[in-house]
Design a protein around this ligand. Structure first.
Ligand code: 5AD
Ligand code: SF4
Length: 474
């Protein structure tokens, strides 16, 4: 082990007032064609932020002339882009690292890299150092732009490297991208999170909120449009606070949506929104602009005011319901989805009933539901609780039954309607049909000619099922 710079969660908690500088992606002059004749394989865990990061890492590797493979036995480099949000996600990565040990024995030249949110946690880095000594490169979310430099060092010096920064650095622009989809693209509009919900590790692993300057976002979107992209999804942990970190704040997320829709983007989506910052100005823009899709992902987490307070969510059940009400009034056709955690420390059956009540009243058309997972270093990890795994799982099960009714209701309302669909490709389950997404983000299988792939077409809905729609292009 030669280069080592380890993280610590206490430093990661700090929020400096210093201005976030922007720099350009640049490599040392002596690095060129590092990957000639070599292959790479990337495994991505977690959220869209990680998927977007993987596209950047892939872009950097392709630029160095690596080629991609999905066969572990033949790869020269394997990178795991990790997620730290719940224990289950972390265990999957540790399992994978264990499995890779035998591959390294067969091929000692195999380079194993661990990236993403897990390296930002000191306990994880210690565990890798102790138990997974076959890992060659560990780097975090703040220094992705340095990956090729690290790889160059490890390949040339034949040494391992751990470099994780606890404080977020600059924003790096003009990073290479190898986008997975030809018609839909992720566009980061901000990084990090300052909310500090008490259960959540993200503010530590992804650092303070930093917005990208609008000029760079607009430039990226213009380029995507020129290359034929039909849909962009704006990414941020809390897109509603876009721009609040700029010194002279006078440009909001709603303004950004307007400017992007003026460019002529056929479809704009965004996630994730924090309910506390969802302004009426934003509701109006989504309602008025046809290119902003009628789907809002609005994580509520709990319906109990006591639990919401302990979670530091900064809104009440009543305020959330009022927001949902205002959204439905402005956009009767909108689909709202959410995230919910059950089994948060001290959650009682009565608190859980408040959550079920909120779900019933909100008419959600989908939800990601989770059992609370204790994250070391977060405030909630110190909260006493007597909730057993059995109770939590039972609540999850009851919640999912209710949530699934919402999926079905959300699809049924389109039965016999005509909707617009972005056709994405051949269906995974049936080569005879194509699949895509409706404006409300419903998965749809449709009969249409292959020429429609990549286009937005009108589709008649023939059957509405719980998890998907079936239709026929007109
Ligand atoms: N345990 C369970 N779920 C969590 N989430 C975030 N942190 C935790 C945790 N410690 C969920 C929240 C969030 C989603 C991305 O993951 O619901 O909205
Ligand atoms: Fe985590 Fe809350 Fe930030 Fe979402 S808003 S990333 S749940 S701290």
């Amino acid at each position: 082990m030669e280069r080592m710079n380890k993280p610590d969660l206490r430093t990661a908690r700090k929020r400096s007032k210093s201005e976030v500088l922007v720099n350009e992606y640049q490599l040392s002059k002596d690095i060129k064609d590092l990957g000639l004749g070599k292959k790479f394989l990337i495994q991505t865990h977690g959220c869209q932020a990680n998927e977007a990061d993987t596209e950047i890492i892939k872009g950097m590797l392709l630029e160095q002339k690596f080629t991609e493979t999905d066969v572990l036995e033949e790869t020269d480099l394997v990178l795991i882009n990790t997620c730290a949000i719940r224990e289950g996600a972390e265990n999957k990565v540790f399992g994978e690292l264990g499995r890779l040990k035998s591959f390294k024995r067969v091929n000692p030249n195999l380079i194993i890299a661990v990236a993403g949110c897990m390296p930002q946690e000191e306990a994880t880095v210690e565990r890798i150092l102790k138990t997974y000594k076959h890992v060659d490169i560990v780097f975090g979310t703040h220094n992705i732009s340095k990956f090729i430099e690290y790889l160059n060092y490890v390949m040339k010096e034949n040494k391992s490297l751990i470099e994780v920064f606890s404080e977020e650095g600059h924003i790096t622009e003009h990073l290479p991208h190898a986008r997975d989809n030809r018609f839909k693209a992720w566009v980061n509009i901000m990084y990090g999170c300052d909310e500090f919900c008490t259960y959540c590790i993200v503010p530590y692993t992804r650092g303070k909120e930093r917005s990208r300057r609008k000029e760079y976002i607009i430039e990226e979107v213009k380029d995507l449009l020129e290359r034929g992209y039909k849909e962009i999804t704006l990414l941020g942990q809390n897109v509603n606070s876009y721009g609040l970190d700029f010194e002279n704040y006078n440009y909001s997320f709603a303004n950004l949506l307007e400017d992007l829709s003026d460019l002529g983007v056929p479809r704009i989506r965004f996630q994730t929104s924090h309910p506390k910052d969802f302004s009426d100005e934003l509701i109006d823009v989504i309602a008025i602009r046809d290119s902003v899709m009628p789907h809002i992902h609005l994580p509520v987490q709990s319906g109990s005011n006591k639990v919401l307070k302990k979670m530091n969510r900064k809104y009440t059940k009543e305020q959330y319901l009022d927001l949902v009400d205002r959204i439905y009034k402005a956009m009767p056709n909108v689909s709202i989805t959410t995230d919910i955690i059950v089994g948060f420390p001290t959650e009682t059956e009565e608190d859980f009933q408040d959550t079920l009540d909120l779900v019933r009243k909100s008419n959600f058309e989908g939800a990601f539901t989770f059992v609370y997972s204790k994250r070391k270093g977060t405030p909630a990890a110190t909260y006493e609780t007597d909730i057993t795994e059995e109770i939590a799982k039972d609540r999850l099960h009851r919640l999912n039954e209710l949530v699934n009714e919402g999926y079905k209701r959300g699809n049924l309302r389109f039965q016999d309607h005509t909707v617009k669909v972005l056709v994405e490709g051949i269906s995974k389950n049936n080569p005879e049909v194509l699949s895509g997404r409706t404006e409300n983000n419903k998965l749809i299988n449709l009969k249409a000619s292959k020429e429609t792939i990549g286009q937005i077409v009108e589709v008649r809905i023939i059957e509405a099922k719980t998890w998907s729609l079936e239709g026929e292009a007109l």
